[in-house]
Every structure is written in structure tokens, then in C-alpha cells.
Design a binder for this molecule. Sequence first.
Ligand code: AMP
Ligand code: MN
Ligand code: MN
Ligand code: MN
Length: 281
Amino acid sequence: MTIDLHSHSDRSDGALSPTGLVQRAGQRGVSVLALTDHDTLDGLEAAARAARDCGIRLITGVEISVTWGGRTLHVVGLGVDPSDPILRAGLAKVRSGRMQRARAISARLRAIGIDGTMDAALALAANPEMVSRTHFARHLVASGHCKDMGSAFRRYLGDGKPAHVRHSWAGLAEAIQWIVGAGGVAVLAHPGRYGLRRARQRALFEEFRSLGGLAVEVVTGSHSADQTQLAAQLATECGLLASCGSDFHSAEESWLDIGQLAPLPAPCMPLWQDGRFAALQ
Ligand code: AMP
Ligand code: MN
Ligand code: MN
Ligand code: MN
């Protein structure tokens, strides 16, 4: 059984429509797929319809942007009720600053000689409310300013780079509460991506668990082999379950294709074998 618990559609910063994403998953032999768009539940209805047609089990999901200790973290919610009013209101609040932030990013780019990026980024965002750094990066690549997405983040959009704009997202505790309150389980996304040393990562895992988090992503498209090993070890020590997801955004840009996942390393406890992950029981 191929399980992929992290993916994006064009309702946030993925390239495919929710239907196109589910169809691609079906073609690639995925049997359980979570659609986890950033800060929105918009794509879930269309994805569920497509999943019924393809014989895929769709897990309702979301990836919430969180500010923790001055850093941005991502928390995936799985099995959430998309009609839950508190979750919906929380996500609307998280989304609300994106347009203003995009204007600030565009102004920073203009200040270093790159004009017209706001309109260009918006034109690339199928859902303007969800305009993201990914859309700016795609434009910087398409217009020849950068050779690829990685270089757009390294040169301009990444933390501390000239067009980086600090932003305050949800709190960690509230994001977990929204997810759990909507009947879901909270999973810390790609912990290797936050630039945390071992002790600090362990402290994050402990805090995440004490706030009601259930699992961490051990296998994800953006982890090196060492990051996977460390996440597996710390998750086990901290009593957290392990999840896996490609974090697929598009065929050209993603580290892994949808469903292209290595098995969880020992001694991880898979999230999907635990009774608390009600969506899969
Ligand atoms: P935002 O939520 O607007 O800050 O955009 C964050 C998104 O940028 C992430 O969800 C990734 O999809 C994308 N991203 C971040 N870093 C990189 C990178 N180095 N290469 C490609 N995409 C990235
Ligand atoms: Mn993304
Ligand atoms: Mn993420
Ligand atoms: Mn993601």
C-alpha cells in the first residue's frame, strides 16, 4: 500500500488542480493520499470527488504556517473536518496577511532592480488569496532572473535574503488546537528543514507533543538521509509517531514525485498503524 500524507494543489502553491493531483496519484499507484494545501481547505471537495473516481482513499488535510521562536514551522493536520468553524476561522486569519506580505516582497525586489513581480506572482496564483513565495520564485525563474527555484530562494526569497519579509503566522499551540478540535491529528512537517541543531529539535519535538501533536514527518521529499535518521531517532525518543509524505508541488520542481517514498526507518512507529489516526481506521 502506497501512502502519501503530504501534497499540494493549485489551491495553494502546487501546480496541479486538486483533480489533476489526485489523478496523478492514481496513475502512480498511490492508495492513500492526503491533500495538505497551505492554510486552506479549498481543494478538498474536488479532491474527494476525484478520489472516489480513481479508487483512492483521500485524507482531508492542511499544512498550517506557524511562527515559533522567530522561525516559520509547518504543521500538517490530517483527518480534519473541513467544515469545522474554528479551524476555518483560524486558517482565514493565517491567510489574511498574504497579500500585504506579497506587496512587501515585490517592493523589496523592485528596490534591487526587479520590477513588476506583484502582478506576475498574482497571475501565477490560481488562488490569489494564497499568493506565496513559490509564485514569486516561479516568476523569477520564468523571467530568467534565476536558473531554478532553489536559486530564487537562495538569492532572493529565503530567510535573511534581500526580498525576505518577516511575517507572523499562527502560534504553535493554536494551530495544534485547531487541528485536534476539528477531529484531526497534528504532524510536524519536515523537521529537518528548520535549521535546528539536535538539542533544539528535540526541545521542539517535546513541546509539540506536550501541546497535543501526535507525529512528525520522518520521510519527506525535503530531507537528506541524515535528517531522516535524526528525525526517526528523536521522534522515537520523544514518543511521537512517524509520518511520510512527498510534499509534491509540481513534476518539475518537487524533490520527489507523488507517492515516491522510501519506507520509514526502524524503529519508527507509523502513524497509520495507530488507532488515534481515526481517518485511516
Ligand atoms: P510561503 O508560505 O509563501 O512562505 O512559501 C513557502 C513555500 O516556498 C514552501 O511551502 C515551499 O513550497 C517553497 N519553498 C521554500 N523553500 C524552497 C526552496 N529552497 N526551493 C523550492 N521551494 C521552496
Ligand atoms: Mn509549498
Ligand atoms: Mn512545508
Ligand atoms: Mn508542503
